[in-house]
Structure formats: C-alpha cells, structure tokens
Design a binder for this molecule. Structure first.
Ligand SMILES: [Zn+2]
Length: 529
C-alpha cells in the first residue's frame, strides 16, 4: 500500500468518516493474533494509520453504554450521564436502560425492542456537531446489533439501526422515522441472518493451529444451551431455538458479517460520502462482546472471531478505497471497553482472583443497617458496584445519609474482594486527580450515581460462574485501541497515555466543527500536528 497516497488529499474535507467501535477489544489483540492477520485489516491500521498504543478509558464503569457515549461525546459519564447500561433511578424507584425511551415506538422489528433513543445522553456527539456544522446536510448513520451501539454514536441528530433478535431484521424507532427507509426494507428482505444461521461455525484454520489460545474444550467457558461442551464445531441451526433465536448470531463472527452487510447497504442507500458533504458512518461490532463474555479472552472462539473480523475489515477498507479513493475517507477504530480474564482460569494459573457475590453482600448490608439504624429497607439498590441508600427512609427516621454512607463504607471494607469504598460525599467534596478514585469521579454523576462506590481487588469480578465480564478501572478493562487511518493521517504511533475521550475532540479539530458540548478530552496532537 503506497503510504504517500493515504496521507495526501485532494479535498479539504473527507468524503466520509467511518467510526468503528469493536464492542470489547483489548489493545493486545492487535499483536497477539497478528501472525495470521491479513495485510489489509488490523495490520493496515497499524502500518498505515496513527495508533495511540497506550489508549485507555478514564472512568469507571467500563460498560458498553458509557463506552459508546464517551467515544462520541468526548466526555465521561460525569458529564454525558450514561453512567451504566442500566441504573437505578431514585425518582422512579426502578432501574432504567441507557437507551430506553418510553415516548417512542418500534419501526420495523418487534414492539419490545423499539423503545430506543439517545435522549438519556445529556451531551452532543461529534456526529451531532458534524450535522450542525453543515446545517444538517451531512448525514449520520449508526449501525450495530446492539441498539445502544447504534443510537448513542448516531447522536441526537443522526439515524440509527439495530438488530431485532425476534424477526432477524434491522429496525429503528419513531425517534428517527415513521417508516423504515426503502433501502432498509430491501436489505431486510434478503433474510441474511437466516442464511448465516443455517450454517455451522467452524474454525477458519485447523484447530491445532490456534496456538494463542487454551484448549478448545475446557471448564472455564460457558457452553450454549443444548451443547454440553465448548468445542468446535457449532451447529447454528440446531442451537438457534434455545439460544435466543436470531439473537444467536450475536455470539458468532457472522454477527460482524451481518453488521458490515448493513453498512454497505447504508452507504449505497444513503449515498454516503457521494453528495459533496462529509458524511459519518458509525459502525459498532457487537459480536466480539457476546463471544468474549461467553468464551473469554483465552478462547479459540475469540481468536477465530478476530481472525475473521480482520478479513471482514480488509474487504471493507478495500471497498472504501474503491468507492472514495485511498486517503479520501477517514477511519478510526476503538473499543467501548476491553475485558477481564476468566476468574477460574486466573486461579488455575495461581493469579489471585475471585468472584464477588453481590447477593450475599446486599443481604449483609441490609442486616447491618437494620441493626444499626432501626428496622427497614435501607438499601434501595446495589448495582454496578454502587449502593443506593433509601433517602426517604433516612429522612423519615431522622438519620443523616452521610452518616449511613460512612458506616456502610467502613462495614464493606471488612469483606474479602473489596479494595476501596468511596462515598458520594467524598466524590462531591474532593477533586481526585490520581488512582482509581479519579476514575470513579470521572464516572460519578452527581444526580444519577449511588451513595457508595466500590472498587474490587484486581481480577475480582461480580459475574456468573463461567465466562467473564468487564466494568472495572483496571488496565485489562481500560486499555483499548485508538487508531486513525486515511484522510490527512500520517502513519505512526505514540505510547503517550491517551483516552477515548480524546477521539471526538481530535475529529472536531480535523473536521473543523465545534467540540461536542460536554467534551472533556483533548485533541491528540501527535495525530494533528
Ligand atoms: Zn460486555
């Protein structure tokens, strides 16, 4: 690939910006599997792009909703308000979902999957600002299997499409359209999900060549329902019925294929980048997350997924070269979080690790508070490693919330696996600049967050017994790719600490738009100067 051609550009703006979020990707995967990557996928990003090799999330918790919101707003949950995927809301007395919106309805798909919009996200996105910068002549399309992976990146002014697991089609909500555009209907009519799920997931290479992963059949991974082991091959048609119907595609590499099929259709259908304005295509690959949760980062299934995604990206970049010309489009790739190792696997390798039992801790907290402050349900919610104290009960009984916070914080430190506990009061009166407490503060939203914020020991997870998860401020969850390639990007890399909130400000400077209104990240000088 001629490097010069990628750097120079005939135009003073890119025809298209392609934002790629890989849902659950460690920076490590660029190197770990590189021997069998093609020249045109991940390696092309490494060789022709500019990569910040020490890119991190700078807040807790590292989940999908907050991750997508932070990449596109250049802000953290403290500002954009997407503090988790689901969180307890005191005024409602229940949990809400980050992209839920009861005022809108499904367009296509099934009714239950259509109450989706970006309204819970309080700040603008880079995609919003691009629309404003061109008086809305620029188009923005967000695509993902997960609704939050599509709707948050598309911002308040863009279009978003996500996958309905019930009917196996892409859908949207009345926030965006009253009816699906013709190109989406035509795409759905191809029944591609059904086609991909009629086959078998076999490894791309002979199984014994997956030397970067542990044995295919093991006790650490979570088997599908109806299959008693975690070894290839996977008969998808047979597994569909008991594993989420069309939703099964999410836990296979074919979810990535389907997502890109939809991306190609969007480019064609909306004529993205072909109308004399910079358009923005925001793609999020949800499948790596489902595969990563079930099988963990040490699995043959995960390695195979990345080898296949690499090939999908190679084809995608080639397509973009042909449609727009090399150097005429701008790509960035990042992840919404990385992932922890499987607890039992780490234990088997003698690394200290543990499972945190939320239910047990909640019971203990309830007993403690009743004994200390009188009978009653003092804990409204224990979720996302945050405790929500019952403020109404405290008022009724005349006990200061701050006193309860302090007492519970000290009580919780007595449990194995809990490393640090901070109170909401701590978060409000101090300004933390270092350590995990500063990450908590960047994720702490004064109106939405809980009364106590816990930090577990490294490699301790509050999750199910097989497979793994993410959400902490440890490097295994925070260290993700940040790489730009194409229009006005010179090849290179830097190991300076950078954060995902730097991505949107970098794009703002490149595109000459306003910064997203809540942005706290800084433009990446190495890329711009
Ligand atoms: Zn996840």
């Amino acid at each position: 690939m001629p490097v010069q051609a990628q750097v120079s550009s005939k135009e003073n703006k890119p025809k298209l910006v392609v934002g790629i979020v890989v849902d659950q990707m460690r920076q490590e995967y660029f190197y770990k599997f590189q021997e069998r990557y093609t020249e045109g996928g991940f390696k092309r990003l490494m060789n022709d792009g500019f990569m910040m090799t020490n890119g991190h999330y700078n807040y807790i918790p590292t989940y999908t909703g907050p991750g997508h919101a932070s990449v596109y707003t250049g802000a953290t949950p403290a500002t954009h308000g997407i503090i988790a995927n689901n969180w307890y809301v005191r005024s409602l007395g229940r949990s809400i979902y980050c992209a839920e919106d009861s005022t809108v309805t499904a367009v296509g798909g099934t009714a239950g999957n259509g109450k989706i919009s970006p309204r819970n996200m309080y700040s603008t996105t880079i995609t919003d600002e691009l629309r404003f910068a061109t008086n809305k002549r620029s188009k923005v399309v967000g695509i993902a299997i997960k609704d939050r992976g599509a709707s948050l990146p598309a911002g308040h002014l863009g279009d978003a499409y996500w996958f309905d697991s019930k009917v196996g089609e892409f859908m949207t909500s009345s926030y965006y359209y009253e009816e699906l555009p013709a190109w989406v209907k035509a795409f759905n009519a191809k029944k591609l999900a059904e086609k991909y799920l009629s086959g078998t997931w076999e490894p791309l290479f002979p199984i014994e060549t997956y030397v970067q992963s542990i044995a295919d059949d093991n006790d650490f991974e979570g088997p599908f329902i109806g299959k008693d082991n975690t070894a290839f091959p996977y008969d998808l048609k047979a597994l569909m019925e008991n594993n989420g119907e069309y939703g099964l595609i999410s836990t296979t590499p074919f979810g990535n294929t389907l997502t890109l099929d939809m991306a190609y259709a969007a480019i064609e259908g909306e004529q993205l980048g072909k109308r004399g304005e910079t358009d923005f295509l925001a793609v999020s690959f949800s499948s790596p997350d489902y595969i990563g949760h079930r099988f963990g980062p040490t699995a043959v299934e995960l390695e195979d997924n990345y080898l296949r995604l690499d090939r999908e990206l190679e084809a995608f970049f080639k397509y973009l070269d042909e449609e727009y010309g090399i150097g005429e489009y701008l790509v960035f790739l990042t992840a919404d979080h990385a992932v922890a190792d499987i607890v039992d696997y780490m234990k088997s390798e003698q690394v200290p690790a543990g499972n945190f039992n939320n239910r047990f801790i909640l019971t203990q907290m309830r007993g403690f508070t009743s004994q200390k402050f009188g009978e009653g349900n003092w804990i409204s919610s224990f979720s996302n490693e945050q405790v929500f104290i019952n403020h109404e009960l405290a008022k009724e009984k005349g006990v200061s919330v701050e006193v309860i916070q302090r007492a519970l914080a000290d009580f919780l430190l007595g449990f194995e696996g809990i490393k640090e506990v901070y109170t909401a009061t701590d978060m409000r009166i101090h300004e933390y600049t270092q350590g995990k407490k500063s990450l908590l503060q960047m994720g702490y939203n004064h109106k939405a967050s809980g009364d106590l914020l816990l930090i577990l020991e490294p490699a301790w997870l509050s999750s199910s017994y097989k497979g793994t998860t993410h959400g902490t401020g440890y490097t295994y969850d925070t260290h993700v790719p940040i790489v730009f390639m194409g229009w006005n990007i010179k090849p290179g890399k830097s190991s300076r600490y950078a954060t995902v909130t730097d991505i949107a400000p970098t794009l703002s400077i490149m595109l000459g738009t306003r910064l997203p209104n809540g942005a706290t990240g800084q433009p990446i000088g190495e890329i711009l100067d």
